[in-house]
Design a protein around this ligand. Sequence first.
Ligand SMILES: [Zn+2]
Ligand SMILES: [Zn+2]
Length: 161
Amino acid sequence: MTDRQAHETNCPCGSGDSLGQCCGRYHAGTAAPSAELLMRSRYSAYVLGLIDYLQATTLPAQQAALDLDGMRHWSLESTWLGLEVGESTVLGGKPEHALVSFTARWHDQSGEHVHQERSAFVQNDGHWYFIDPTVPLKAGRNDPCPCGSGQKFKKCCAAYV
Ligand SMILES: [Zn+2]
Ligand SMILES: [Zn+2]
């Protein structure tokens, strides 16, 4: 997509802004400044089939275990119907964690689907990452958390996976 097209296309995340002024900036390499904006840009990436972006914005310790073919299939075989973002809570700590509630709707061969989730995110080195609840983190309960917080895993991201 050219810059001009991106500025004439409504952003799939439903913000009301153009793609180029909304999630397109993050797809192009600018770090999303909040967990909510990262979550919106990940929804838009599913709509647009940007699987590399979805992988790059998942917690680095989980990236190698993602089912990229499954994600690509889900992205391309679905008609995406919209996103609603609910409450967004920054939990603080170092690095910061955040929880974002959202509802996503899509349509595929088996009908219409509604998915509600409260997703967890962590910020490291100025980048927010999605903590994928379907990918196990390989850490003992007393080991340092794979998110890089330096806390024990059981006191950190073990609650999210
Ligand atoms: Zn957007
Ligand atoms: Zn953690």
